[in-house]
Design a binder for this molecule. Sequence first.
Ligand SMILES: Nc1ncnc2c1ncn2[C@@H]1O[C@H](COP(=O)(O)OP(=O)(O)O)[C@@H](O)[C@H]1O
Ligand SMILES: [Mg+2]
Length: 256
Amino acid sequence: MTAQPRKNADRAPMLVYKDVRKRYGSFTALDGVSLHVNPGEVVCLIGPSGSGKSTLLRCTNGLETLDGGEVLFEGKPLPKSDVEMRGVRQRMGMVFQNFELFPHKTALENVATGLITVKKMPADEANRRAMALMAKVGLSDKTANYPSNLSGGQQQRVAIARALAMEPHVMLFDEPTSALDPETVGEVLNVMRQLALEGMTMIVVTHEMSFARRVASWVVVFEKGKLLEEGPPTQIFDAPLKERTRDFLSHLGWDG
Ligand SMILES: Nc1ncnc2c1ncn2[C@@H]1O[C@H](COP(=O)(O)OP(=O)(O)O)[C@@H](O)[C@H]1O
Ligand SMILES: [Mg+2]
């Protein structure tokens, strides 16, 4: 197998992690993680529960501070101050397992509210932008619904639209489909795949191996706070270098 060049390897990386370390008390959640994400890449993080995947995302958007190493975003180390970090976080969209929409706001208001309060956009312009984003995620007919009147998959698509409203430079997804009924998983993955095709830079923690196989440009396998293996999906899924990568995938029922 000839090595394929990694996507956009000729461009400056969007994110660089250098020997990142994170402890919770005496427990080491990240034990020296080094990796990078190029612009336009979809990097899928996979690996057993508790291996540090969520912690890495939380260290990316400043929800956690590092105990060692550094994270560079668009060439600059993440700022230490909360005020500066808030500015950086606006360039990172985050979508969690539990969508955390505002329950007392309609779907449209959920998408528009950040534009009005954070971006100081006039309400009519914010609503127009929010409408366009609702259309993008296939929910033009649900703009007036409250979250309680949307399926889990629909709520998650609103959460994606809300994150996109801020025009992030990178989207961080933490198991966005894990809490969904099986019949609504596909609609969320389709929205994510569309975003990937449009060139959005994405880091996706997922157990959806067929999504990772088809959509990821790079796959990173975590184990006990370290990188076990990283490579293009063809390597990870068809010919992993590490026996433990193979064990993890077969444990999930992946048989290539
Ligand atoms: N706030 C916390 N306090 C203590 N331990 C934590 C905390 N957050 C995560 N951990 C521990 O760190 C480890 C890695 O967690 P996490 O990054 O959530 O793993 P993953 O997302 O791969 O399942 C887990 O063993 C978890 O219990
Ligand atoms: Mg997690």
